[in-house]
Design a protein around this ligand. Sequence first.
Ligand SMILES: [Zn+2]
Ligand SMILES: [Zn+2]
Ligand SMILES: [Zn+2]
Length: 166
Amino acid sequence: MSMSFAAWLKKLGIDCASYLNQIPVSTRHTHRSHQALSLAAPAMSACFYWVPFMLHRLGIEVLGLDVLSDTRCAHYRSPRDIIAIKFRCCDRFYACYECHESMADHRAEPWPEAEFAERAILCGACGCLLTISEYLGCNSRCPECEAAFNPGCANHYELYFQKPLS
Ligand SMILES: [Zn+2]
Ligand SMILES: [Zn+2]
Ligand SMILES: [Zn+2]
């Protein structure tokens, strides 16, 4: 139980020096995912490394302006602005639609309802990927770690998702 986080990363073949240097320090504690991993990685008490680490493993890069390790960006920076969304048009994760608008060279394409099973929502608090359906039914709370999401995102619903026919 004494392996350091750095040693642990090294064991996994990850070059942590350059990697960790880029991680903004956050004091956020993540909950279940972190605890679940503590058996395998005792030194993960440095839990603010958890999300960047997960993204690294999943090969996901969250694009955007001034993106922090929990996916908050220059536009949406409250403690609850912690989801990133994969855009259908380019298959890439952005912190928000404004980030996409300012960095992508094309218009954003909302997800059609037929594809709501796509794991397109990333929780910046625990690093889990939610399907669009899970996200839309989660009552602004991550089903994995219970972090609160910004309910105001619903105001921009149609920028990300095609409205289900009702
Ligand atoms: Zn795009
Ligand atoms: Zn943004
Ligand atoms: Zn979560």
